[in-house]
Ligand binder design. Structure first.
Ligand SMILES: Nc1ncnc2c1ncn2[C@@H]1O[C@H](COP(=O)(O)OP(=O)(O)O)[C@@H](O)[C@H]1O
Ligand SMILES: [Mg+2]
Length: 385
């Protein structure tokens, strides 16, 4: 392929055209498969590996086929969300957190973005287990929003500015509940506004998004997510755009909601403080892969991967004065051109000779604690596959 300019990050126009033509073939095949109608359920029904889970990501690969090459945004991640738990997914910006959650909702931006391989098993309320990675769009539309709902970072971009809050809330229910009347939808919407702590729901129902504060808009988004009684809420940086005090309120609300709907939450954030406060399990991502995972206690009491340790050191602490916050040197590698050794090697302050070998396998170190780092491999292995 690009043998002549191997060291260069630039590619020629001719090369780019060739990649584009190849990508078109690949993405067209994916799109065609997803657009099929009346697909037999057996094609995408499956079984959970562990019945206690509501979601299982299994070696998921989600790629963007761009004209400059394939962006491996999610490159083989495996983790699960046990029923009734909050799983926190943490990592720097660009490490693939959003793409992971969008894959689960089948909302990755096509045609460039595609689930290239792997499985995402989801257990619905009727006990059926769907493999989201194999579902055609028509089938997915039936469970998205109803069984699983998503809350985004910036509510203003998810709410339509020209429609009143009430209309937008009603629409969700009307869409997913055949035969529901307008009156029923309105009653449900006001009930949901109450559930998210908005006492004057009747008034908010008749307002436009721009008339509300950021915190109120995020509450409305949560109300919208709850409209159809989902069992799983995916919250992608739900508090990043909010003030600290409002952030605490929204986190309290999410915790409260989880108990009320008896559901599970996948909570995505770059903020370890939020994870520490909320999560039962933690998944640490780096450059499209899971590099460490375990219970919150395991991760916070015994962080093992030098990246996780770095993240913790760079977190501000109350009652502790520091001259300067630690920051991990360097940057995440380019996802188009990932090296075959550990992606963190060049930023790591604990690199050893084994780090020049292959990318380290993820392995269990204790209980549910897993880490992908050569430091914790059996001594004689030193980077072997
Ligand atoms: N629509 C897109 N086209 C191409 N690349 C994308 C697109 N969306 C995300 N990416 C790439 O995928 C990687 C992961 O992105 P993302 O999941 O948004 O990161 P995070 O949410 O952890 O900040 C990044 O390298 C990003 O540039
Ligand atoms: Mg993101």
């Amino acid at each position: 392929m690009a043998q002549a300019k191997k060291d260069s990050h630039y590619i020629s126009a001719k090369e780019s055209r060739r990649i584009a033509a190849e990508n078109r073939k690949i993405t067209r095949a994916f799109e065609k498969k997803k657009a099929r109608r009346n697909v037999n359920e057996s094609e995408y029904l499956t079984k959970m590996a562990d019945d206690g889970n509501i979601v299982e990501f299994d070696n998921l690969h989600t790629y963007f086929y761009t004209d400059v090459g394939t962006v491996k945004a999610v490159d083989g991640i495996t983790f699960s969300i046990p029923e009734g738990s909050i799983v926190g997914v943490v990592g720097e910006s660009g490490c693939g957190k959003s793409v992971t959650s969008l894959s689960l909702m089948q909302l990755v931006q096509g045609p460039a973005g595609q689930i290239a391989s792997g499985s995402i098993r989801f257990k619905a309320s009727d006990g059926k287990v769907y493999d989201v990675a194999k579902m055609p769009t028509a089938a997915m539309n039936k469970i998205r929003g109803k069984e699983m709902a998503m809350i985004f970072q910036e509510p203003m971009t998810s709410l339509n500015p020209v429609f009143k809050i009430g209309q937008q809330l009603d629409e969700v229910m009307l869409l997913h509940t055949p035969g529901a009347t307008k009156e029923q939808a309105k009653a449900r919407s006001i009930e949901m506004l109450g559930l998210v702590g908005i006492s004057d729901g009747e008034r908010i129902y008749n307002q436009f998004p721009h008339e509300l504060s950021g915190g109120m808009r995020q509450r409305v988004m949560i109300a919208m997510a709850l409209e159809c009684n989902p069992r799983l809420i995916v919250a992608d940086e739900p508090t990043t755009a909010l003030d600290v005090t409002i952030q605490a309120q929204i986190l309290d609300l999410l915790r409260d909601i989880k108990t009320k709907i008896n559901g599970s939450i996948m909570l995505i954030t770059h903020d370890l403080g939020v994870i520490a406060e909320m999560a039962d399990y933690v998944v640490v991502m780096y450059a499209g892969r899971v590099i460490e995972q375990g219970t919150a206690k395991e991760i916070f009491d015994h962080p093992m991967h030098p990246y996780t340790i770095g993240l913790q050191k760079s977190k501000p602490m109350v009652n502790q004065s520091v001259e300067r916050l630690y920051s991990i040197p360097g940057a995440v590698p380019n996802p188009v051109d990932l090296p075959n050794y550990c992606y963190f090697r060049d930023r790591c302050d604990r690199r050893c000779p084994a780090c020049n070998g292959d990318y380290p396998e993820i392995r269990t170190v204790a209980g549910t604690h897993r880490v992908a780092c050569h430091l914790y491999e059996p001594e004689d292995k030193g980077g072997a596959k």
